[in-house]
Ligand binder design. Structure first.
Ligand SMILES: [Zn+2]
Length: 122
């Protein structure tokens, strides 16, 4: 899908309660597929989302990391410790870790980004 076409669909579909017939439509399916299969569309959608939330993605090695760190925070900007959806944490001290969901605040510190391989500076 062309990025321009994707942007158009994104404006129509994103963040809205969509009726079942829209969710079943070919247009919506193509939009969903583009998010997962088209890197340009995916990247654009992530940047758009983070920008609309006021989250600065500039300081991250890649968009995947920025998005996953964003997803790890609650509306106050604090780390969500008990959420099994959270797959990465970033601490104020500047290190990153993978949370172990065993009911405690255990985590495994990582030195490289799991998505782009960049060395994570401390
Ligand atoms: Zn990265």
């Amino acid at each position: 899908m062309e990025l321009e076409r994707f942007k158009e669909l994104h404006t129509r579909f994103f963040g809205k309660e969509l009726p079942e017939e829209v969710l079943q439509s070919e247009e919506y399916e193509a939009y969903e597929a583009a998010i997962h299969e088209n890197e340009a569309c995916y990247n654009w959608a992530i940047v758009e989302k983070l920008r609309s939330k006021g989250f600065d993605s500039q300081n991250y090695c890649c968009l995947m990391m920025a998005d996953k760190v964003y997803e790890s925070l609650d509306s106050e900007g604090d780390i969500k410790y008990d959420d099994p959806e959270v797959i990465i944490n970033k601490w104020d001290e500047g290190f990153y870790g993978i949370p172990v969901h065993n009911g405690s605040a255990t985590m495994v510190v990582i030195n490289y980004c799991p998505w782009c391989g960049t060395k994570l500076s401390k």
